[in-house]
Ligand binder design. Structure first.
Ligand code: 0A1
Ligand code: ZN
Length: 881
């Protein structure tokens, strides 16, 4: 485990390396305990660098066995070697030389899952961000682009399959049951994109003919016997390849494209050149084991990793501060792909819910950082919702500002100008400035400034003057180490809506630049006057969520109801209803704190009923509208002095009120949505299931609800319905015989399928209430649970801490204490996963004082633990700062 050196890396300290490594030749002789890696590096000194400059290579816990320069041993006096660094004090005077480095690794003992490790007896690698230095000494930084040739040797019985990046070159037998394969990747790449896989895996093969007529062999490798579960992923891959050609003109460049699914993986998946490695959860699926959400995630992540081939691999990042250059852009691309494959409106709502659930709290708490950070201690902790999701929103805003054609021209220029380079955010912004002739310097603050801007908006109508006025004021809250903020350029899409939902025309506008339905907010305050407006319109703001901001709008409730029924922008219509729900939940929370029974306006519960049965809306959309803001969403919007029990009670009360007000209608609709036809994971079928399952959730709160949910569970013919019913039983009817029976039945059926058991862990870890801590603690001893597998840990401990507000934030602090002990236990094996888990405490300062003190105590106890990893120390210290 890498302990903390306290070193802070700063963007302004970037300077190019003195040396380059144009060629990298690697040889692996694989064995679980003693893999030998021989690296032959062609090293080049930059022209302007003195011959006396030492060559300093990165390492992380390495055992050096041999080192030679140009075929000769290096004198010990000319070398400084430690597990974490290798320095050639006197490199040859020649501008180009050859360095041979032999290291020995024990992949079987590598539980951090970085570098070369074993997952279910399969050798695999994870090198982003700094895992390559756990394999060999190297200039392990993304601006060192090298052409790799890799030879892998292994026992044929142990590893019949030998894969690396690029194209296969040759393979053959060796003595004593060993064999080898050689791979060559002609595209220079940074070390973080290196990959190797060796093992005994099943293959699904297909091919894709690119737009220029080249045939690419496609392979997806999975655990033997699971081949049938990879069909959906293969289909998603082919659709992704096709889409990138059509939407961005990007063609695949190697002869083969391989994907390997492994069961121990720290993140979702990894875009290694020509050899993507996936968490198996994002590959394996069929109707029996995967939910519709799983299918959608697989499609999105397969696309995301594939799209990285251009945005990340062909054009990579100069340094890790530029992470959003590849991640924000690639998330934007995968969002657009999913929107094209599914329903654009539904996709947009889901994206915004995710952004608000994960990125807004990050931006509003102690871990806030700009989309392009300027400092880090541990780069692994910067694979965040801000870099990914907000990074994607920033790209989307560029498209909104420039329009789709100019945006595409800018992207074309980006590929043309920077192909084969390690680029920066400045390079990225410049292509759009050049393509559009616009100055994007104020806009660029979105990359440099942390915090979610707020827009305060009020409106007035002067019928005599036929003038409608919007007053818009922007503010950006202070964030850690950035107390003063500059004014941003915020593209605010809007609509003025009149009677019957018709757009209201205006003859002129002044006070801000307004183009194509977008107000460009650039100053602290704009008074935007629309003339020629005879009747007071309702205003629909931030349509399509054109900017990732919070809005404080002075809006009459009647207007809000009107928009929830009539807004022609699907996102904003959803938003209007969601705001009504949130406002009444917050009011109910306050009633509960004041010792009153919460009450809800009948027009709100009626509106829920009419949305549910509105046949002009897609079922998936209706399902999203009916999904109440979660406990954590409500807490975020309240912002301070949070009592999770009161929030949960408010939410329960509203769910019950909506169920009671619409029982008959919901029941009829629920029956009509029953589907006897063959299963299909397509978006429309999934939408109908989603609507039916949310109706079940409401109906389960009415008399007979447990029996209804039990019937749904037992008659389910797919995992979406089965898991939804199990969640309803476990959450709404906790402790009932129906819930108990269903949990047992599910466990018995799926005990041998870890990915399905993850759902069983998740459902139980999220059952609200004070008993949850004991449930989760007991489940850590379940035979299917393992502290060493990231998926299991996230399902049980991650769900408990991030999706169970009443359980985790139990008033006596037991949730926190259990959590802290568990995080430290996970950390011993896997610091990266532990650090990510620990971010669940980032909003501790918004809790009521009692819980706040208890949360602080456990954060301090983690900070004081001995030998803390760099990963966990970084998170805990920033959280406490
Ligand atoms: N680049 C990957 C994410 C990723 C980052 C770090 C990893 O290390 C464990 C793994 C994957 C992506 O964006 O998909
Ligand atoms: Zn990515």
């Amino acid at each position: 485990m890498r302990t903390d050196t306290g070193q802070v890396f700063k963007l302004e300290d970037y300077r190019p390396s003195d040396y380059l490594i144009p060629e990298t030749h690697l040889e692996f002789r694989l064995s679980p305990q003693a893999t030998v890696v021989t690296a032959i590096l062609i090293v080049e000194r930059r022209e302007d660098i003195s011959t006396s400059a030492p060559l300093v290579l990165d390492g992380d816990g390495l055992t050096l066995k041999r080192i030679e320069v140009d075929g000769k041993m290096v004198r010990p006096a000319d070398l400084l070697a430690s597990p974490d660094q290798l320095t050639l004090l006197k490199p040859p005077a020649a501008p180009r030389f050859q360095l041979l480095i032999e290291t020995e690794l024990a992949p079987a003992g590598n539980e951090a899952l970085m570098g070369l490790y074993r997952s279910n007896n399969v050798y695999c690698t994870q090198c982003e961000a700094e895992g390559f230095r756990r394999i060999t000494y190297f200039l392990d930084r993304p601006d060192i682009l090298s052409v790799y040739t890799v030879r892998i040797e292994a026992r044929r019985d142990e590893a019949p399959l030998l894969l690396s990046n690029g194209n296969p070159v040759e393979c053959g037998d060796l003595a004593e049951g060993w064999h080898y394969a050689k791979w060559h990747d002609p595209f220079p790449k940074p070390s973080y994109l290196f990959a190797l896989v060796a093992g005994n895996l099943g293959q699904v093969a297909d091919n894709f003919v690119t737009m220029s007529g080249r045939k690419v062999e496609l392979g997806i490798y999975v655990e033997l016997g699971k081949e049938a579960l990879a069909g959906y992923a293969m289909d998603a891959l082919k659709r992704s390849m096709q889409w990138d050609e059509e939407a961005f003109g990007r063609e695949y460049d190697l002869d083969v494209f391989n994907i390997v699914a492994v069961s121990d993986f720290n993140m979702g998946a990894m875009e290694n050149k020509g050899l993507n490695i996936f968490n198996d959860k994002y590959v394996l699926a069929d109707q029996e084991t995967a939910t519709d959400a799983d299918f959608a995630n697989i499609e999105a992540i397969i696309a995301h990793e594939y799209f990285h081939n251009w945005t990340g691999n062909r054009i990579t990042c100069r340094d890790w501060f530029q992470l959003c250059l590849k991640e924000g852009l690639t998330v934007f691309r995968d969002h657009e792909f999913s929107a094209d494959q599914r329903s654009r409106a539904v996709k947009r709502i889901a994206e915004v819910r995710t952004l608000r659930a994960h990125q807004f709290p990050e931006d509003q708490g102690p871990l806030a950082h700009p989309v392009r950070p300027r400092r880090y201690r541990e780069i692994n902790n910067f694979y965040t919702a801000t870099v990914y999701e907000k990074g994607s929103e920033v790209v989307r805003m560029i498209r909104t500002i420039l329009g789709p054609e100019v945006f595409r021209a800018g992207m074309d220029l980006y590929f043309e100008r920077h192909d084969g380079e390690a680029a920066t955010i400045e390079d990225f912004i410049k292509v759009f400035e050049d393509a559009s002739g616009r100055d994007l310097s104020q806009f660029a603050l979105w990359y440099h400034q942390a915090g979610t801007p707020n827009l305060t908006v009020s409106s007035t109508h002067n019928p005599a003057a036929q003038e409608f006025t919007l007053e818009i004021e922007q503010s950006v809250p202070p964030t850690p180490s950035e107390s003063r903020k500059r004014l941003m350029h915020i593209p605010l899409a809007f609509g003025l809506i009149g009677a019957g939902g018709k757009p209201v025309a205006y003859s002129d506008v002044e006070g801000a630049s307004v183009e194509d339905g977008v107000i460009h907010v650039r100053k602290r305050r704009h008074v935007v006057r629309f003339s020629g407006v005879a009747e007071r319109p309702a205003v629909s703001l931030n349509r399509g969520f054109s900017a990732p901001v919070t809005l404080s709008v002075e809006q009459k409730a009647a207007d809000q109801y009107f928009l929830a029924r009539h807004d022609t922008d699907a996102f904003s219509r959803w938003q209007a209803f969601n705001t009504l729900l949130t406002d009444s939940l917050i009011a109910a929370f306050r009633q509960i704190l004041g010792g009153k029974q919460p009450d809800f306006a009948p027009r709100l519960t009626d509106l829920a009923g009419s949305i549910a049965s509105d046949e002009t809306l897609e079922p998936a959309y209706r399902a999203l509208a009916l999904a109440l803001p979660g406990d954590a969403d409500i807490a975020r919007d309240i912002g301070k002095n949070i009592d999770p029990d009161a929030i949960h009670a408010a939410r329960q009360a509203l769910a019950r009120a909506i169920g009671m007000a619409n029982g008959d209608a919901f029941s009829g609709l629920y029956d009509s949505l029953a589907d006897e036809s063959a299963f299909s994971p397509d978006a429309a079928s999934a939408g109908r299931r989603a609507l039916r399952n949310i109706l079940l959730d409401y109906l389960s709160l009415l008399p007979g609800g447990a029996a209804l949910a039990a019937g749904h569970f037992h008659s389910a013919t797919n995992m979406t319905d089965r898991a939804a019913a199990l969640a309803v039983l476990a959450h709404r009817h906790h402790g009932s015989p129906e819930a108990g029976e269903a949990l047992v039945a599910f466990e018995q059926t799926y005990a041998s399928d870890p990915l399905v058991m993850d759902k069983w862990f998740q459902i139980q870890a999220s059952v609200p209430g004070p008993q949850a801590v004991d449930t989760v603690r007991a489940l850590t001893a379940h035979a299917g649970f393992s502290m060493g597998n990231p998926n299991r840990v996230r399902s049980l401990i991650g769900t408990f801490s991030s999706a169970n507000q009443t359980g985790f934030h139990r008033a006596d602090g037991e949730g926190y204490r259990f959590f802290a002990r568990t995080v430290l236990e996970v950390e011993k094996r896997n610091p990266q996963v532990a650090a990510r888990l620990a971010t669940a405490l980032r909003s501790w300062r918004s809790l009521e004082p009692g819980r706040q003190a208890k949360a602080r105590e456990v954060l301090v106890s983690i900070a004081n633990a001995e030998n803390l990893s760099a990963d966990l120390r970084d998170i805990v210290e920033r959280t406490l700062a």
